[in-house]
Design a protein around this ligand. Structure first.
Ligand SMILES: Nc1ncnc2c1ncn2[C@@H]1O[C@H](COP(=O)(O)OP(=O)(O)OP(=O)(O)O)[C@@H](O)[C@H]1O
Length: 322
């Protein structure tokens, strides 16, 4: 459905070159639900804008839904929907009229445009809001109108740029319910960007992590966490004087990486905590060190990002990309 090779985009800013996207290869099959996850400024929107024909690449090749983005942008546009970061419906017409007008811009005759508008209203549970003006809707409701606006030509592939940014948790959950329904009921391919790693973790079946214009990880959330970050083990000891010895014992565990300490705790990462933690506690006991707490937790995608990029997703964009 999406095939990109060596996709690159640079911007000239005051005599310097910003490399927003640097040589990305990407293959996405029909029916996939893919989240592109990365901090602010990582290149998510730039990549999305190239895939949706809104921005020409500096170099590289890309085809979307069987159409070349450079030589057949109109073909791409008929096959895709794009929900951008800004609201797409105007303020002053009724929601249903906005949808009918939008459907007419795809060249649909009046009756069919009305039918498609009603279909989109149904899909997004917007019928009760059909006679309201977008300006009077809540953020979550407006977002659903934005999605509805992009479905009128029945695209096979839907791009969503940070669809849930700015929504409260309940509206986010509701939007996701609708997004997932589009996929289940219509087999749509979904490609979205987000900087919420919990959201990518829970919702997407494939996660692409982008940092400084490059895809640095590609896989299922579970797989990436297992392979790249493992589990975290944290123990605390009574006597701060014992922390250094407890850390040295952790360093001797063959699978342990990233052993860190603070006043009374030792943290380490291991592929599987359930086998390593009992072993570590036994070794501490043998050395006469009493652990007062011991816990393990599965890594998050933020840990994966940290392991790969060397900084947390939460820290956002590093200015040195410029
Ligand atoms: N039109 C432009 N002119 C100059 N630089 C740009 C332009 N668009 C994007 N950039 C730069 O390219 C880099 C990537 O930006 P992009 O908007 O793709 O990131 P992003 O991951 O979508 O960020 P966010 O999550 O904040 O939307 C940034 O350094 C940004 O400043």
């Amino acid at each position: 459905m999406i095939h990109a090779e060596g996709l690159t985009r640079q911007f000239r800013v005051k005599k310097t070159t910003v490399e927003a996207v640097r040589g990305i290869d990407l293959h996405i099959e029909a029916g996939e639900l893919v989240a592109l996850l990365g901090p602010n400024g990582a290149g998510k929107s730039t990549l999305l804008r190239m895939l949706t024909t809104l921005l020409p690449p500096t170099s590289g090749r890309v085809s979307v839904a069987g159409h070349d983005v450079l030589t057949d942008p109109a073909g791409v546009r008929t096959a895709i929907g794009y929900v951008g970061q800004k609201n797409s419906a105007g303020e002053n017409f009724l929601v249903r009229d906005e949808l009918v007008t939008q459907a007419r811009t795809y060249g649909l005759p009046k009756a069919q445009a009305r039918q498609r508008a009603d279909e989109a209203l149904r899909l997004l549970d917007l019928q009760p809001l059909a006679a309201r003006k977008p300006a009077t809707l809540s953020g979550g409701q407006r977002r659903r109108v934005d999605v509805a606006m992009c479905l009128l030509h029945r695209p096979r592939l839907l791009f969503l740029d940070e669809p849930s940014t700015g929504l409260d948790p309940q509206s986010r959950a509701n939007l996701w319910e609708h997004i997932l329904r589009l996929r289940e009921q219509h087999g749509m391919t979904l490609f979205l960007t987000t900087h919420y790693f919990e959201e990518a973790d829970r919702m997407a079946e494939r996660v692409l992590i982008i940092d400084r214009g490059r895809i640095i990880a590609d896989g299922t959330a579970e797989g990436l966490k297992r392979e790249l970050a493992g589990d975290q083990v944290v123990i605390s000891v009574v006597d701060p004087a014992e922390v250094a010895t407890a850390a040295a014992i952790a360093e001797r565990i063959p699978e342990a990486v990233a052993v860190e300490t603070d006043a009374t705790t030792v943290r380490l990462r291991v592929p599987r905590a359930n086998t390593v933690l009992p072993e570590y506690l036994r070794a501490l006991d043998t050395a006469g060190i009493k652990a007062i707490t011991a816990e393990s937790r599965q890594s998050t995608l933020d840990d994966v990002f940290l392991a790969l990029a060397g900084h947390s997703l939460r820290e956002g964009h590093n200015a040195d990309q410029l």
